[in-house]
Design a protein around this ligand. Sequence first.
Ligand SMILES: Nc1ncnc2c1ncn2[C@@H]1O[C@H](COP(=O)(O)OP(=O)(O)OP(=O)(O)O)[C@@H](O)[C@H]1O
Ligand SMILES: [Mg+2]
Length: 313
Amino acid sequence: MFDQATTLRRLMEEARTAQAQGASAQGFPGSSSVTSRKSTVAPRVITVSGGKGGVGKTLTTANLGLCFVREGMRTLLIDGDIGLANLDVLLNIRAESTLDDVLVGERELKDVIVTGPEGLKLIPASSGMPRVNELGKMQKLVLLDQIESIQDDFDVVLIDTPAGVSKNVQYWAASASEVILVATPEPTSLADAYATMKVLSQANNETSFKLVVNMAKNEDEALRVFERLSSVANEYLQVRVDYLGCVPLCESVRNSVRERTPYVQRYPFSAASRGIRSIAREILFHGEAPHPKGTMQFFWKRLVAGKNFEILS
Ligand SMILES: Nc1ncnc2c1ncn2[C@@H]1O[C@H](COP(=O)(O)OP(=O)(O)OP(=O)(O)O)[C@@H](O)[C@H]1O
Ligand SMILES: [Mg+2]
C-alpha cells in the first residue's frame, strides 16, 4: 500500500523546483531521481499503436517482446489497453493483481509484474473495469512514478495501447522514446495510422515513427503501404516514417491466438515468425538510436511543468 497523495505532492514539488531552476524540457540538470535509484542506462520505452482496431497491435507487442527476450534483452510488456486487457490472455498468464490495483493504491507496480513465457515480464491491465478506463490526472502521474521505480530492471519496455488516439494513447506515446505504428494494407488502416501520426505529431511533438506492416500478402505489398504512408507523412505532417518490416497474413497467427501461445514460440518457422524476428533485430541492431526524449522521469516533469500538461487531463 502506498499513499498516492504523498507521491503526487512530491512529484509536484520536484517539478516546481526544476521549473524554478530553469531546467530545460529535455533534461533537468542535477535533478535527483524520483526513486533515488542508482544511475544506469534508461531502458528503451516503445509504444505500440496504430489507430485502427484489430490490426495486430497486441500480437505484435507479445511476439516482439519474446523476440527481444531471445536476443538477451530484459523485457517488460505493459498492457496499456486499460479496460480491455488481453496481453495476459494471449500469453496465457493468470494475473492475480493488475494495473488497476496500482491505480487505486493497493499495490506497488513491482508487485503486479508477472512472468510469462521464457522469462518475458508483463504488467497486466484489468479487463472490464470501467473505473480505470479513463485515468485521472493523479493516477497518470503516480503510474509514471511507479514505472520509473522499476525501470532499472529492464532493457526494453513495450507498451501495448488500445485502438484510437485517445488521451490515454497520447499519454503512453509521450512516455515512450519510440512509437511503433502497426498498419495493414487496408485503406481504413492507412487512414487511421495517418490520423494517429497527425495527433501525436501535433499534441506530443512526435517527429518520427516506426512502421510494422501486418497482414500483408507479401513484402512488396508491405513496401507499398510504407511508401504511401511515409510520403503523405513527410509532405503533410513533416514527420519521418522508418520501415521496420512486415508480418505476413498467416494462418499460424490465428491458430496461435486460439492456442494462447505466441506464434514465435508455437510456430517458429512460419512466415509470421520470420517477419517478427527480423523486425526485432531491425529495432535492436540496425535502427537509429532512439530519439533522446528522456526517461519517464523527464517525461512527467515536462508534463507537470510544461505545455504538454493537457495530456494528463
Ligand atoms: N499476421 C496475421 N495473420 C493473420 N491473422 C492475424 C495477423 N495479425 C493479426 N491477426 C488476427 O487479428 C486479430 C487481432 O489481432 P490483435 O488483437 O493483435 O489486434 P489489436 O490491434 O491489438 O486489436 P485491438 O485494437 O482490439 O486491441 C488476431 O486475433 C488474429 O486473428
Ligand atoms: Mg489489442
